[in-house]
Design a protein around this ligand. Structure first.
Ligand code: ATR
Length: 279
């Protein structure tokens, strides 16, 4: 009698010790009664091309990809799905039945889902959206908001040229504004998103005057350490609804687990608390 297949996946990064993904996926493996493991795969910069071809032979169903490999991985898999191609980065690899590797990016899905979890009637086309930052997280946020029908996305970044570059690459509805105008760029918005590293544990807080921000505007931060950034605390204090960054992390993991192991796992308050306890 053959035993059930071992469900094996992991996270490829450098460093990976801080990642919450093992906690999350191992929780689900246990919850759904699957025999397997989700492990840390510490792969040094420059070693990705040696590591990935071994995945299928070692019995992995796939892996997550994190810093610093998210962009390099695009050139090292057999196929890249359209979304990951547009985002210019990959966060998930799925080993195909023939052993080939296909890359995906679920960050945008995770982001939108985190908004809907917090506000089920949230809509991207409710009004202008201001996004701060133009790094990897901004790419996923901006593209997913545009895909959901956002009519106007004001993009501002400390290094203005990067915001201009992204706006030129993505086109309408994304338009770049100078970083110096970020306080005024909050007027009339339905939503404000921080994708910069400012406000993260160990970083200074974002320098932003919220005076022009409408009181009903949703304020979202992709940072999850701390769970309530100074930006979210200030927004909450003046009555704005807020969404923290943990939901994005938790939700991006769901389609990956589904692709590897055939079960779409659910987010429960208990799981969220278990991950929060590690922050
Ligand atoms: P991620 O992939 O998480 O988005 P990243 O690509 O390193 O990380 O991007 C970090 C973002 O935080 C960038 O938009 C960066 O702005 P620059 O492009 O000017 O570097 C932004 N950032 C970092 N330090 C900042 C600061 N002191 N003030 C404002 N923005 C800052």
């Amino acid at each position: 009698m053959s035993s059930p297949p071992f469900c094996l996946a992991g996270i490829v990064g450098w460093p990976v010790a801080h990642s919450r993904s093992p906690r999350l996926h191992n929780y689900w493996l246990d919850q759904y009664g699957l025999t397997g493991a989700y492990v840390q795969l510490s792969v040094a910069p420059g070693k990705l091309a040696l590591a990935l071809p071994g995945l299928a032979a070692l019995g992995f169903r796939g892996c997550n990809i994190t810093l610093p490999h998210k962009v390099d991985a695009l050139a090292l898999v057999d196929e890249v799905d359209a979304n990951a191609r547009r985002m210019g980065a990959m966060n998930t690899i799925v080993v195909q039945p023939d052993g080939s590797l296909k890359g995906f990016n679920n960050d945008g899905f995770g982001y939108i889902q985190s908004l809907l979890d917090a506000q089920p009637d949230w809509r991207a086309d409710a009004g202008p959206i201001t996004v701060l930052g133009a790094g990897g997280a901004a790419r996923a946020v901006v593209l997913s908001l545009a895909d959901r029908g956002a009519k106007e996305i004001r993009l501002l970044n400390r290094t203005d040229a990067k915001a201009q570059g992204l706006a030129a690459e993505f086109g309408a509805p994304v338009k770049a504004l100078p970083w110096a105008d970020r306080h005024a760029a909050l007027a009339d918005v339905a939503m404000l998103v921080n994708t910069t590293s400012q406000g993260m544990h160990g970083h200074p807080e974002l320098e932003l005057d919220l005076a022009a921000l409408p009181k009903h505007a949703l304020v979202s931060d992709v940072i999850y350490v701390p769970l309530e950034t100074p930006l979210l605390a200030a927004a909450r204090a003046r009555g704005n609804p807020t969404v923290d960054g943990l939901g994005m992390l938790l939700n991006q993991a769901r389609p990956a687990f589904h692709a590897w192991f055939g079960v779409m796992p659910q987010l429960t308050p208990e799981l969220r608390r278990a991950v929060e306890a590690t922050l």
